[in-house]
Design a protein around this ligand. Structure first.
Ligand code: DAH
Length: 342
């Protein structure tokens, strides 16, 4: 029996297999019901009692050695076939996975950028954490100006002379552009803005805007109106109309708010446009000379227009989304509705 055990140990040690089937055959040959190790366990019954202890240990060692060797052979074969890629069965059906979809805010942002790029506008970006100068002061909001209350601000530090804050509008990027870019300037500035507002269906503390700025010699209000009309017709359809209402912004003079004809009822009046036939989409105006001068631009030589719109607002009009909170909750049931728009 001793010799048999030693011969089997040597066999196990030198065992090598090329396929899973070889390994399985070796397992059956050694450890199967009729395997040689199993046979030795049967033979063990005939071993005299005084030798049972010694042979019992040897047999168990043999059985463990065989099991370990088989496991090691399996593992190394799996590793080498995974490395050579041969375990990958190309005929297996693929596992379906969801592609996801673009967020409606991204879809509309890209659409707005695409339209203005066609008109020759570049995209400019600026920081979300800003200083008072770029968000307010350079835009003609003096320190105690009541218009600052229109934009409830999140302050990061308000202790010193020039507070640090989260930008409340992307108009800050036009200041950065006017300070750094060569003239003429024709840019749009998409970005995220922050206001200290209670969250509701109609207001959120985070939203997105696109700012536009055009500065050159002899830019007039007629140029502004034409730019907005072209944009609106690209965005809402060739038959869309606009109307401009006088308004007030500290950084533009004159200022206007722009309405687009309601694309649901086409002017007849419905609950989306609250019976008026018009939907408000943006604010705009001629850049105030004070704003040009604050950024070092000669307001006698140059003039310009600016406009600003909310991306969520445009998306709401495009898809009749009634609750602003939908844009921020990342509910897949909502996001999946935009899958086909990719
Ligand atoms: N900054 C304004 C806001 O957040 C939007 C705006 C209005 C931007 C008029 C402009 C503009 O550039 O001319 O409400």
């Amino acid at each position: 029996m001793k010799e048999k055990i030693e011969a089997l140990l040597a066999e196990i040690e030198s065992l090598s297999c090329k396929t899973q089937q070889d390994i399985e055959n070796a397992r059956v040959r050694l450890l199967g019901k009729k395997g040689s190790i199993t046979a030795l366990f049967d033979e063990f019954r005939t071993v005299p009692p005084e030798m049972k202890r010694e042979f019992g240990q040897k047999l168990n060692q043999l059985k463990n050695a065989a099991a370990e060797k088989i496991a090691a052979l399996r593992e190394s074969l799996e590793e080498s076939s995974a490395a050579s890629g041969s375990s990958f069965d190309l005929t297996m059906p693929g596992e379906p996975f969801s592609l996801g979809s673009r967020h409606p805010v991204s879809i509309v942002r890209e659409e707005i950028i695409g339209i203005f790029r066609k008109f020759g506008y570049d995209v400019a970006e600026g920081p979300e954490i800003e200083d008072d100068w770029h968000v307010f002061e350079a835009l003609n909001f003096p320190p105690e100006h009541p218009a600052r209350d229109m934009q409830d601000t999140f302050f990061i530090s308000s202790g010193h002379k020039d507070p640090i804050l989260l930008r409340t509008h992307t108009s800050s990027v036009q200041v950065r552009a006017m300070e750094t870019l060569p003239l003429p300037i024709r840019i749009i500035c998409p970005g995220r803005v922050f206001r200290n507002e209670a969250i509701s269906a109609r207001a959120h503390c985070i939203f997105h805007q696109v700012e536009g700025l055009y500065i050159d010699e002899h830019v007039t209000f007629a140029d502004l109106k034409q730019a907005i009309l072209l944009f609106v017709r690209e965005m809402f359809g060739a038959d869309a109309q606009i109307r401009m209402r006088p308004s007030y912004f500290p950084f533009t003079e004159p200022s206007a708010e722009v309405d687009v004809s309601c694309n649901i009822c086409h002017g007849k009046g419905c609950n989306i446009c609250k019976g008026t036939g018009w939907l408000e989409i943006l604010g705009c105006g001629m850049v105030d000379p004070n704003v040009l001068e604050a950024s070092g631009i000669d307001s006698r030589k140059y003039s310009g227009f600016a406009f600003g719109m909310g991306i969520e607002r445009i998306a709401m009009l495009k898809w009749q989304v009634k609750d602003l909170r939908n844009y921020f909750e990342n509910d897949l049931r909502f996001l999946k509705e935009f899958e086909t728009s990719i």
